[in-house]
Write a protein that binds this ligand. Structure first.
Ligand code: SAM
Ligand code: SF4
Ligand code: SF4
Length: 336
């Protein structure tokens, strides 16, 4: 397969595909229940890309150098027959790695089918072990035990597993050390994510962010950590290892140490819009093109022309003012 990386002025390695904007949770930092209530209008069915359309888009991206895919949402495991999508994506030449981000609830039911279809890894979101805290955060009263069962099912099925914890000041800082201990003992990588100002509905401000520096300081009182080299250019997590173990702990520092200059990630929403930044207001419609024309070349041309115009540096330039006033897409729509 010929890869046309030379058509791009900046590398594009990694594609996140949202396959639904619906979710069975209402995490307060992502889909606050007062906004995403019974009257909230989710995407109509006809607007959502079919698996065939997603496969054709992913194949076009792969021709431009994308080798890693991540399936996300909303909650991607709510989409019917998601394993058959994985199986289609797995067969695209050039795709070397397929991951999925999930709240974990449906993993006990689906993990084996997903592995058999070609999924390599999952990131499971869990923000607290303590049930009082976790039930409040997820907005649906779901116990952390349910997610832990999902993590176990994923590992038993042979998936690579990482755990994502979004840390919010005054909400779950008390869980930083218990989560570290628990997942260190299990040999599972934990990644602390700084609370981000994605979308306009989660009431974000700087004072609610617990920075990597603060978290690292807390961890250092309990554990010896050593830095690890990045696995590849553009790796987002800053990774450390607990000394004398193979278990790692990472940080996603979008707020305190931004990484826009090495951003190689594109995103597609469930309704087929192409976003060149997580904090964008506007996406570029690819659904019209994928539905109107069966050839791949026009898709490749459109994707490369959009990527080549890209100047995104939102996190590098973030201010309290831009975080509040800029209109941004919601996290549950674009998938992180
Ligand atoms: N529902 C799936 C899940 O929760 O893993 C996938 C979609 S979710 C939008 C993807 C990731 O974004 C999750 O790890 C979630 O914790 C994270 N996330 C959501 N809102 C966030 C925010 N405001 N700041 C930082 N991370 C956030
Ligand atoms: Fe749903 Fe994931 Fe958002 Fe939580 S973070 S509300 S599980 S999409
Ligand atoms: Fe990439 Fe936008 Fe995040 Fe910067 S803010 S790293 S450009 S997605």
């Amino acid at each position: 397969m010929s890869i046309m990386k030379d058509r791009l002025s900046r590398p594009l390695q990694d594609l996140r595909i949202s396959i639904t904007d619906k979710c069975n949770f209402r995490c307060q930092y992502c889909m606050p229940a007062d906004i995403f209530g019974p009257d909230f209008k989710f995407l109509p069915k006809n607007d959502i890309l079919s698996f065939e359309e997603i496969e054709r888009l992913a194949a076009a991206f792969s021709k431009l150098g994308v080798s890693k895919l991540r399936i996300t949402g909303g909650e991607p495991l709510l989409r019917k027959d998601v394993a058959s999508l994985i199986s289609r994506l797995h067969q695209i030449p050039g795709i070397k790695d397929i991951g999925l981000t999930t709240n974990g609830v449906l993993l006990p039911r689906l993990a084996i089918d997903l592995v058999n279809a070609g999924l390599h890894r999952v990131n499971v979101s869990l923000d607290a072990l303590n049930d009082d805290i976790f039930k409040k955060i997820n907005g649906r009263g779901v116990s952390s035990k349910v997610v832990l069962k999902g993590i176990k099912a994923a590992r038993d099925a042979g998936l690579g597993v990482k755990v994502n914890m979004v840390v919010q000041k005054g909400v779950n800082e008390s869980e930083i050390i218990p989560m570290a201990r628990h997942f260190k003992d299990m040999g599972v990588a934990l990644r602390y994510i700084e609370f981000m100002d994605v979308g306009n509905s989660n009431g974000w401000d700087f004072s609610k962010v617990v920075t990597k520096k603060e978290i690292f300081g807390m961890l250092s009182d309990h554990f010896d950590l050593e830095p690890m080299d990045p696995n590849y250019f553009g790796e987002v997590a800053k990774r450390y290892r607990y000394k004398n173990t193979d278990t790692e702990v990472g940080f996603i520092t979008s707020v305190s140490e931004s990484f826009c200059s090495s951003c190689t990630r594109a995103r597609i929403s469930a309704d087929g819009k192409f976003y060149t930044c997580l904090f964008a207001s506007k996406g570029y419609d690819l659904r019209g093109l994928v539905r109107a024309c069966k050839e791949e070349e026009p898709l490749i041309n459109e994707i490369s022309s959009i990527w080549n115009q890209r100047k995104d540096r939102y996190s590098d330039e973030r201010t309290e003012e831009s975080a509040k006033s800029k209109e941004k897409i919601e996290m549950s729509y674009i998938g992180g």
